[in-house]
Design a protein around this ligand. Structure first.
Ligand code: F6P
Length: 465
């Protein structure tokens, strides 16, 4: 037991629950990048993990008390569902996520009105409920690591309740520039930044995001808070286990049958505005238009699964993606060829199979804190596949030497990157694949956790409210 005095805090937890046929609770691993990189480092440490109970089954599990999992304790926090929607949908996702990823259509959104201010007050309350749960659970003199943009106000509140604790914060998304932050009312921007600065230190996946946060803090607070940069790492051992599983092997065989000896472009993403799915398909279509020799010789397998269906923007985006792919396939299909295979089933073994088989992996977010698919692909791939990667992803800092960089807004440029990747000589593919593999496995989830533990210090309590 390595860290019995550690408390990890995140919105989405390492386990999620569902109810089986006869009403019993079934446990499975929680979804998302945060859990897949932090989970392996926390397993077996004896730490406590405080997370939100998100579904009805999670709430049922929470009502039965803390769960002893694989060498850690999960304390689920059941929040009133209406309050949770204000916290998660209105502020965390429709405001902070949009702000940090630059997704606002500014002539129309956001609308900072009375309802928005009520939602912000609820966001503060929910953050404080997390802080109270941490204060109740944390051992004397322990360390609290708070994760992500949903919980920026937790550490400062913890510091006021339990000054004996060390705190650290990790922000998984990009951070916006000062000019973008000006969308928020001054008092809210001040509260947000002061509370983040109230942790021992705030961590980011890329220097770009930490510099932006520091610039915002200087502009709004007049001070530069403690920060650190530590890109998340993937668990290569766990990936190898999934890749070798009968489920993933069967999925690979199924994919091989559909693709045959054609080239394969793959993407694996949530259906998420920042992931830039539409420009990816537009670039593929531009390739088919401009380089006719690729018609019938390449297939684009898109494993994209729905998320955040409480937000109209996500529902509309999903409908747009489906309609676009249908139109593209109607335009270009032949009796023996379907250009885009759209799979929206959220099957991890199936996504892993696609990552084993790609010739080109397209990762083109408009902005991304890190992007773990860009690391997972090169570790799983068995064909010296080429990574075409947005320079706006935090992962670019780690993978720039082996990937083909692309400007995610430039559809012609993305089509050119796809063309270059598909035509790349075998020797160059192998050399780049080896560089990517080394870069993606250089650090482990344990290294990432160690970086966070090293900088957690007794916090100031900030000026969070
Ligand atoms: O910051 C990124 C993140 O929190 C990841 O952990 C995860 O992949 C993604 O956002 C998912 O978000 P949600 O919990 O809203 O599904």
């Amino acid at each position: 037991m390595g860290h019995p005095d550690l408390v990890v805090v995140s919105n989405r937890g390492p386990l999620s629950f569902s109810t089986g046929a006869d009403g019993e609770l079934v446990t499975r691993r929680g979804a998302g990048g945060l859990v897949s990189s932090l989970g392996p480092a926390v397993v077996g440490t004896g730490a406590t993990w405080v997370a939100a109970a998100i579904t009805d089954a999670d709430r049922l599990a929470a009502s039965k008390g803390a769960v002893e999992a694989e060498g850690f304790r999960l304390c689920s926090l059941a929040i009133d569902p209406a309050a949770y929607r204000q916290f998660y949908d209105v502020i965390a996702n429709a405001t902070l996520w949009f702000l940090n990823h630059g997704l606002y259509d500014l002539p129309r959104r956001p609308r900072i009105d009375r309802r928005w201010h009520e939602a912000w007050a609820t966001f503060r309350d929910v953050n404080h409920s997390f802080a109270a749960a941490v204060a109740a659970e944390a051992p004397e003199g322990g360390t609290v690591l708070v994760h992500d943009y949903q919980l920026p106000l937790v550490g400062a509140a913890v510091a006021r309740l339990r000054p004996d604790l060390r705190t650290g914060y990790f922000h998984h998304t990009p951070f916006c520039e000062p000019s973008t932050l000006r969308v928020l009312p001054d008092a809210v921007a001040t509260e947000l930044l002061a509370a983040m600065a109230g942790h021992g230190a705030s961590g980011f996946h890329s220097e770009r995001w930490s510099h932006a946060f520091e610039a915002c803090a200087r502009a709004v607070l007049g001070t530069t808070p403690a920060t650190f940069v530590s890109p998340a790492a993937i668990d290569a051992t766990e990936l190898a286990v999934v890749a070798a599983s009968p489920e993933s092997t069967a999925e690979l065989q199924h994919l091989e049958e559909r693709v045959g000896d054609r080239h394969l472009i793959v993407r694996v993403d949530r259906i998420e505005l920042s992931k830039n799915l539409l420009r990816g398909f537009l670039a593929f279509e531009a390739l088919l238009e401009e380089e006719p020799h690729w018609r019938e010789r390449v297939v684009f397998a898109a494993s994209v699964y729905p998320s955040r269906d409480g937000l109209p923007e996500y529902l509309a985006y999903r409908a747009e993606v489906e309609a676009f792919v249908e139109r593209l396939n109607t335009t270009w299909s032949t009796p023996s060829w379907t250009p885009v295979l759209l799979d929206m089933s959220d099957s991890f073994p199936r996504s892993v199979a696609a990552l084993r088989r790609y010739d080109v992996l397209l990762v083109n977010p408009v902005r991304d804190g890190m992007n773990l698919v860009a690391l997972e692909g090169p570790v799983l791939n068995e064909r010296d596949g080429v990574l075409a990667l947005s320079t706006e992803a935090g992962a670019w800092d780690v993978l720039a030497h082996g990937a083909l960089g692309l400007n995610p807004f430039d559809i012609s440029g993305t089509a050119a990157a796809l063309s270059e990747a598909l035509s790349m000589p075998a020797e160059e593919r192998a050399a780049r694949a080896a560089i990517l593999h080394r870069a993606a496995t250089r650090r482990t989830p344990q290294d990432w956790l160690d970086d966070q533990l090293a900088v957690a210090t007794p916090a100031s309590g900030g000026a969070g409210d």
